[in-house]
Unconditional design. Structure first.
Length: 133
């Protein structure tokens, strides 16, 4: 029996703000948005090639306090792109705060940014395997 990671939760102050960032700024697909009643929704976003987030609205003071610091200040989310310049420009236009200029590493082009909620992300255009530049 195989087990795989299906979803990672992103705690946000508001469902629609989470959807707006993930879909409009990052370019993810809205996979599901189901009303669960009592103000709760099951919201899943993700990329075309896998990787899915459950957008969860904070429901308690402890959850609200964790917004933007789900990984203790470390980069906790990684968005891969095949067009770094285009994705970077789209995110800057959407008002995303980049913490650094894009840099070239052995694994590809990368820059750290924060989402509107304070979580740190890497935007990465992975280097193609076997490419020598």
């Amino acid at each position: 029996m195989a087990t795989r990671l299906a979803l990672t939760t992103l705690v946000v102050p508001d469902y629609d703000a989470g959807i707006a960032f993930c879909v409009d700024a990052l370019g993810f697909d809205l996979i599901e948005d189901t009303d669960m009643g009592a103000g709760k929704r099951w919201v899943v976003v993700g990329g075309r090639e896998g990787g899915r987030l459950l957008i969860a609205k904070a429901a308690t003071p402890a959850q609200t306090a964790a917004i933007g610091n789900q990984t203790g200040g470390r980069v906790g989310f990684f968005a891969h792109t095949d067009d770094f310049a285009g994705a970077h420009a789209r995110l800057v236009e959407a008002g995303v705060n980049f913490h650094e200029e894009p840099r070239h590493e052995s694994y590809g082009t990368v820059a750290v940014f924060s989402d509107p909620f304070g979580n740190r992300w890497d935007l990465i255009e992975p280097k193609e395997l076997g490419r020598n530049d």
